[in-house]
Design a protein around this ligand. Structure first.
Ligand SMILES: [Zn+2]
Length: 346
């Protein structure tokens, strides 16, 4: 027990309770501010008389310069994670971070966080090694997962995408240190340095407007900036201005997100090429619905009947794996679409 010998600054907050549960969990948070531990310890919200009555605390603070602050002693429960049960069993750590998505953390803070976690694990056998599965349903099962995140308990981005996406890596680095293993080869990928641009520029863009593409894992570091994981998980449409070796993708497949900066073609892979239109299809069912837009969420306007039809445009949309085809007869007003699941190219 006790507190970490790595602490450089102490300012104990009055916001705590004696723990009612043994320590078996860690919860890493982001401060939303690149400050030293000392500055964070002096935040209003850790004070008895916070004018906003936004009473909070944490066990430890990691500053942007690698300083480590003690805010609530380990033996006590901090007011940190919007969940009493979690905070009674968790050691909570606030880490200085950027103020905007993805709430990045400095090198110095990241290193200090790893050192602090190694020390916490060594002194707290109830934690032992770190286990992370990114699975909210495992809350309260520390034998399976003993790292939790604030966003599971409250409508918050905390700990921010930068730290959240590194939880597996953090666990691997800490565990490697604990077992005397090497930290140079963690079980999960370490963020690679920013890949350099190719020395012989590849000027042949392999993609054309309307292609559906996804970003490769390497794209996480394009332009020297980390791309959040959710960006990698989505499919994107290639915009009309694919030039040289750069491709601009606009809306994601679900139409909810946009990437505005050009992406090197080497970071893209083709999910579905835009079909060359027009083309002919055979419909062999008698009741294929014609819809006013590309998706089952659009109203019906009759059926095609069996026969051969000309498709002049293809789009993705709900309710059809193969996409939706615009019938030539409705080209002018773009209001007659069929599910290509029931059409065969002829
Ligand atoms: Zn938090």
């Amino acid at each position: 027990m006790g507190n970490s010998p790595l602490v450089t600054d102490t300012r104990l907050s009055p916001h705590f309770n004696p723990r009612n549960h043994a320590i078996d969990t860690v919860t890493i948070h982001c401060v939303v501010g690149q400050c030293t531990a000392k500055t964070v310890l002096n935040f209003d919200r850790f004070d008895l008389d916070d004018p906003d009555d936004d009473d909070a605390s944490c066990n430890y603070v990691v500053g942007c310069d690698g300083s480590i602050g003690l805010c609530v002693e380990e033996k006590n429960r901090s007011w940190c994670t919007s969940n009493r049960d979690n905070d009674h069993r968790a050691i909570t750590i606030e880490v200085a971070s950027g103020t905007k998505h993805p709430y990045e953390v400095t090198d110095a803070a990241y290193k200090a966080l790893i050192n602090l976690l190694v020390d916490i694990c060594q002194r707290n056998p109830g934690i032992g090694t770190l286990k992370w599965k990114g699975d909210k349903s495992l809350i309260g099962q520390p034998d399976k997962q003993n790292m939790t995140v604030h966003r599971w308990f409250a409508n918050k981005a905390c700990p921010g995408e930068w730290l959240y996406s590194r939880h597996a890596q953090i666990a691997a680095e800490v565990n490697a240190r604990l077992t005397g293993g090497t930290t140079t080869k963690p079980a999960v990928p370490t963020p690679a340095p920013t890949p350099s641009e190719p020395t012989t520029p590849d000027t042949s863009v392999k993609f054309k407007a309307g292609d559906l593409v996804s970003l490769t894992a390497d794209a996480r570091y394009y332009n020297g900036t980390e791309v959040p994981r959710w960006v990698l998980r989505k499919n994107w449409y290639v915009k009309s201005d694919a030039k040289g070796d750069r491709v601009v993708v606009n809306k994601s497949e679900d139409g909810k997100n946009a990437i505005n900066s050009p992406i090197h073609a080497k970071y893209l892979k083709l999910v579905q090429a835009k079909p060359d239109v027009p083309y002919l299809v055979q419909v062999s069912i008698s009741d294929l619905n014609i819809r006013k837009g590309p998706g089952t969420n659009h109203g019906k306007r009759g059926v095609t009947g069996k026969g051969v039809f000309t498709i002049v445009e293809v789009q993705n949309g709900s309710g059809s794996k193969s996409g939706w085809g615009l019938l030539k007869a409705y080209q002018k007003n773009r209001n007659g679409w069929v599910s290509l699941d029931y059409c065969k190219k002829v």
